[in-house]
Design a protein around this ligand. Structure first.
Ligand code: UDP
Length: 503
């Protein structure tokens, strides 16, 4: 048997993320992991999104990893949004969301042209679960297609079971509590907390297409690991009747500070300044407060968060988005808040080098909006969490982390707050006392707090093991590559942990 080493013999994956930070960031990590496992990768992106990750593109090119970043034009003009609005986090008007999501399918024809121009043919498309239009591309060109789900497997399974039992349609009252059917654990929610993706009026076609895309996919990839979500992964695979590979935590691809600090966008603060600041703090003493890339708060809420942090007396790093930095907030920070907390607080105004912060030994807690990437980044680094879900999958992610994994303290928020900040004016305001109490419980918390931290550290260790050579996610990635090669009619053999292929 002769194992070929030629570039052409490598499997070629075409990655098609949704252009939203929580979906692109893990796919960019996945691209580099696949390349290190012996594959070639094309990652579909747009000019603005590519510019945001230029440091990664430069690093990939210096290291000769076989990854091509393919920039397709996003039709901003055609859908009436400002030029350059190429990522969900740049949208400011709720009305533009639907046209934005629909516009993703305009990639279909240029993607087909790109794939047809490759010689040999790409081996597999890995498409975000929110990009069902890739179904048609894969079918037309006869290429296997995997769906990548960004949220926790727990969420994906809950959503699947709720949908399968038709509860999104049967339950009319948004506040009526119901049990998620067929789960190995008892989970009670209402429709406000578990709305599903795209389950609103006007979005029916996209919603149906996503279900069909999952049903017809050749396999499913999830950013999680077996030791974290085993019962849910097993049950989801059984229900779908197809392979479900947990291949995460993908964030652990990033080993050095620079690589951890340059994900998703150019940071608003120099990572070395943050690290130097953290170096002066005791282990597990700092609380990091961040609400992901989308959730935005009104000034009143921002002031409550700041007051809670001030009252907690803990050292903190707090991320306030550019869009939230309105004159009222600037003034309050400058004239009141900064003076009182400057000895122990750092505010990041804009994009934060989050993973570099969460992996520093001084960080002992995260206040989070419960986006799955942030939660996984925290857990992989052994950091327990205060949970404050805002929308989409986040209330169910909270249940997993607080009730099942028991590494989180819930702030007790019961209803959603949407992300453009427009609807958040009507959302319940979380009070500073509640924030202070939850932060204190997490960071001090006596025996209960010690045990919670211990569990988080254990998951952190298991996460690292999963990604090491021979670990469960590492093995899954190789198995997945092998599966693809078999599907595409070739045979593979594993060599030195990476995959080389037989003629
Ligand atoms: N993130 C970051 N800096 C920020 C805000 C977010 O690096 O200032 C990253 C974060 O590390 C995570 C992603 O953006 O990888 C956010 O994804 P998540 O699923 O947590 O939330 P979403 O933004 O999708 O609501």
């Amino acid at each position: 048997m002769v194992c070929l080493g030629e570039e052409e013999a490598k499997p070629h994956f075409v990655l098609v993320p949704l252009v939203a930070q929580g979906h692109m960031i893990p796919m960019v990590d996945m691209a580099r992991l696949l390349a290190e496992h012996g594959a070639r990768v094309s990652l579909i992106t747009t000019p603005v999104n590519a510019a945001r990750i230029q440091p990664i593109i430069d690093r990939v090119s210096r290291s000769n990893l076989p990854i091509r970043f393919v920039e397709l034009r996003f039709p901003c003009k055609e859908i009436g949004i400002p030029d350059g609005c190429e990522n969900v986090d740049l949208l400011t008007d709720q009305e533009t969301f639907k046209p934005f999501f629909d516009a993703m399918s305009s990639f279909q024809s240029p993607l087909e042209d790109y794939i047809l121009a490759q010689d040999p043919n790409p081996t597999c498309i890995i498409s975000d679960g929110c990009n069902p239009w890739t179904m048609e591309v894969a079918r037309k060109l006869g290429i296997p297609r995997f769906v990548f789900h960004g949220p926790s497997c727990f969420y994906v399974l809950c959503d699947y079971n709720i949908m399968r039992h038709n509860l999104y349609k049967l339950i009319v009252d948004q506040l009526e509590p119901f049990l998620v059917p067929d789960l190995p654990v008892r989970v009670e929610v209402n429709k406000l907390q578990a709305p599903g993706f795209f389950n609103q009026s006007g979005w029916e076609k996209l919603c149906d297409d996503c279900i069909e895309a999952e049903k017809t996919a050749d396999a499913i990839l999830i950013n999680t690991f077996d030791d974290l979500e085993h019962p849910f992964i097993e049950q989801y695979a059984k229900s779908l009747g197809k392979k479900v590979w947990p291949i995460g935590p993908l964030c652990l691809y990033n080993k050095d500070v620079d690589s951890k600090a340059t994900r998703g966008n150019i940071a608003a603060i120099d990572q070395h300044r943050v690290i130097t600041w953290l170096d002066t703090k005791e282990a597990n003493s700092v609380i990091y407060v961040s609400f992901g890339s989308l959730a935005r708060h009104q000034p009143l809420q921002i002031i409550e968060i700041g007051s809670g942090l001030e009252a907690s007396k803990k050292p903190f790093i707090w991320v306030i988005k550019e869009a939230e930095m309105v004159p009222e907030v600037e003034k309050w920070i400058k004239e009141e808040f900064e003076e009182k907390t400057k000895e122990r607080g750092l505010i990041v105004k804009g994009w934060s080098p989050q993973l570099a912060i969460l992996s520093h030994a001084a960080v002992g807690g995260l206040v989070t909006h419960c986006g799955w990437n942030s939660m996984l980044e925290s857990i992989s680094n052994g950091v327990p969490l205060v949970t404050w879900p805002h929308f989409a999958d986040q209330f169910l992610n909270e249940k997993l982390v607080v009730d099942v994994l028991r590494v989180g303290v819930s702030l007790g928020v019961k209803s959603p707050c949407y992300f453009t900040g427009v609807d958040s004016s009507t959302a319940e305001v979380v009070k500073s006392e509640d924030i202070e109490e939850a932060v204190s419980r997490l960071m001090d918390g006596g025996e209960e707090g010690r045990e919670r931290r211990e569990r988080a550290k254990e998951f952190g260790e298991k996460a690292k093991k999963a990604m090491e050579e021979g670990g469960s996610s590492y093995v899954n990635m190789n198995e997945m590559i092998q599966f693809v090669m078999e599907q595409s009619g070739k045979q593979g053999c594993l060599l030195n942990g990476s995959v080389d292929f037989l003629a």
